[in-house]
Ligand binder design. Structure first.
Ligand SMILES: CC(C)(COP(=O)(O)OP(=O)(O)OC[C@H]1O[C@@H](n2cnc3c(N)ncnc32)[C@H](O)[C@@H]1OP(=O)(O)O)[C@@H](O)C(=O)NCCC(=O)NCCS
Length: 140
């Protein structure tokens, strides 16, 4: 039976439950779940967080840093493996977009496991996206 999922806005979340979700979604393999301090900062400084709940169980998260007007960096999207492919990821993004102003654009970096997901649900690939990684320096 497909469970009834409820959604909440806000980053006031139990850190252990958040880390458990990242691990249970597999996104934990690509996020610093070994550092509670870093995970706590990631939650504290995200200013648009939508979560999905199956009763008291945290089953999904969309974590975004945004100015609410122009740009929104969707840093993490994760759904517990037991609850994937039930539309929760799409609904988390819909609710993230609904919290933004009409001119705001969502940008993100896809994890390898999700690179086919975003085109499937309507995202456009950007050919001029660039990153400066930890330890990399501005040249010249
Ligand atoms: C990627 C992820 C967030 C998707 O969430 P989800 O709730 O399972 O996805 P949805 O139910 O919203 O899926 C919507 C559609 O995309 C498809 N889809 C789901 N995951 C997919 C994937 N990894 N690749 C391609 N298509 C995918 C679904 O089959 C569904 O298709 P349909 O509408 O034609 O039936 C989730 O699988 C996850 O947490 N993955 C591990 C962590 C991760 O990689 N996160 C992304 C970080 S950038």
């Amino acid at each position: 039976m497909i469970p009834t999922i409820t959604y909440k806005l806000g980053n006031d979340l139990d850190l252990d439950a958040v880390i458990d979700l990242y691990v249970a979604s597999t996104l934990g393999e690509r996020r610093p779940v070994d550092s509670r301090e870093c995970m706590a900062q990631m939650m504290a400084h995200a200013n648009l967080v939508v979560t999905a709940w199956d009763g008291d169980l945290l089953v999904g998260i969309s974590r975004t840093l945004t100015d609410f007007c122009y740009i929104a960096y969707l840093a993490d999207l994760a759904v517990r493996q037991s609850h994937q492919k039930q539309g929760i990821g799409k609904e988390l993004i819909r609710r993230t977009q609904a919290a933004l102003g009409p001119r705001a654009r969502i940008i993100l970096l896809a994890a390898p496991a999700a690179q086919d997901y975003y085109p499937h649900i309507g995202f456009t690939q950007h050919p001029r996206a660039w990153t400066l990684g930890p330890g990399e320096r501005v040249q010249g």
